[in-house]
Design a protein around this ligand. Structure first.
Ligand code: GLU
Length: 375
């Protein structure tokens, strides 16, 4: 069975809709589009598929409500509009989903909610409980209260994180573009739509640096970032044009629509997903070439002997970045030792740890079970 055909077996689907899908170019709400998408999602739900909706549009709808032609530049201005628009947006979803006898639940998340392992599990459990009640979660970033450093920043990333959080079988990102092209279709009429992508390369990212509409925050680059998360966490992802008739049903039925990002074969363990994408790193270690080979090619743990530098202050149990000698982040992992301890044992053999630290709980700085290698 091809990857496209397999999408029909998905039992849990995340659908992400962007501001450009929900509003017209003049900023006003596109009621017909929202209604069509809601009908499709309600129908999917009737088929017995669990549906989660990640919806942008709070700031855009808020701006429209207030008669603004542009989004204010200041943070409090945007936060106020998000508070105004989020309620209005939920009202629309409540109303349209109720027509099909569906109940929705508003879930507002920030990165901080996923940063600690326990909070990550709490968010997962809350979403699963909502799904268990046959209710459709409508998820957005909690724009009104989030501080800059704890922002997802765009809902493409948020939707990929949500898909990983609930172990979804498919993420559909609906946008105002048909999918990923081999070059920018706005400047090159020969551009060809890619139907399937198995690897994201630098050229794709370079071609995707332009932004969407003036009310939206994403663009193709954030969608590629989302695709990387999905591919690594084992979730197929499709980017398709929200203007296509019956777009959701057709993607799920395996039609050759949009671009499918094929996930890696093996499923990622839940704890590794959190290490890789859920939490923010609290410091880093630099490792030598030998250790780099052991991690990347042989799936080994990180031993103190391979560590050549430590950056930042962190406790045991923190998640940190592992960098190669040339400063590239090649892995992330949860440490068995604090930054202070690692500074003392860096470059030393595991057998020497006991003497240096006056006791030894672990041989490894990061055990391979707690290590996510970015490959
Ligand atoms: N959370 C933002 C909003 O609701 C949108 C972020 C995005 O467009 O990706 O307006």
């Amino acid at each position: 069975m091809s990857w496209r055909e397999e999408l029909g077996q998905a039992k849990r689907i995340v659908v992400k809709v962007g501001t450009s899908t929900l509003t017209y170019a003049n900023g006003k709400v596109n009621l017909q589009r929202i209604e069509n998408l809601v009908r499709e999602m309600a129908d999917l739900h009737n088929r017995g598929v669990e549906v989660l909706l990640v919806s942008s549009g709070a700031v855009g709808v808020g701006a429209n409500r207030m008669g603004f032609k542009k989004i204010p530049r200041t943070m409090p201005g945007k936060q106020a509009l998000a508070a105004i628009g989020q309620g209005a947006l939920m009202h629309l979803y409540e109303k349209f989903f109720a027509e099909y006898d569906k109940t929705v639940a508003q879930v507002l998340l920030t990165r901080g909610d996923l940063d600690e392992r326990l909070r990550y599990l709490n968010a997962t459990n809350a979403l699963l409980a909502i799904l268990g009640m046959e209710v459709i979660p409508v998820i957005n970033e909690n724009d009104t209260v989030v501080v800059e450093e704890l922002k997802f920043g765009d809902n493409d990333t948020l939707s990929a994180m949500v898909a990983g959080l609930v172990d979804a079988n498919l993420l559909i990102i609906l946008s105002d573009v048909d999918g990923l092209y081999d070059c920018d279709p706005r400047s090159n009429s020969q551009a060809a739509l890619l139907s399937e992508v198995t690897e994201i390369n630098d050229a794709m990212e370079d071609n995707s640096r332009t932004r969407g509409s003036s009310f939206a925050s994403g663009g193709m680059l954030t969608k590629l970032k989302a695709a990387r998360i999905c591919m690594a966490s084992g979730v197929p992802m499709v980017i398709a044009n929200s203007g296509e008739k019956d777009v959701i049903r057709r993607v799920v039925d395996g039609d050759n629509l949009g671009t499918l990002f094929v996930p890696r074969e093996e499923k990622m363990h839940a704890r590794k997903k959190w290490i890789a994408f859920g939490t923010l790193t609290q410091g880093s270690v630099m490792i030598d070439n030998g250790a780099q080979q052991a991690l990347l090619n042989r799936g080994k743990s990180l031993l103190p002997s391979g560590v050549v530098g430590v950056d930042g202050e962190f406790e045991r149990g923190a998640v940190i970045a592992v960098c190669s000698a040339d400063g590239r982040e090649i892995a992330r992992g949860m440490v068995n030792y604090s930054s202070e301890e690692i500074r003392l044992i860096a470059g030393k053999k595991s057998t020497e740890i006991e003497k240096i630290l006056d006791g030894k709980d672990y041989d490894e700085v990061i055990h391979r079970n707690n290590l996510w290698v970015n490959g």
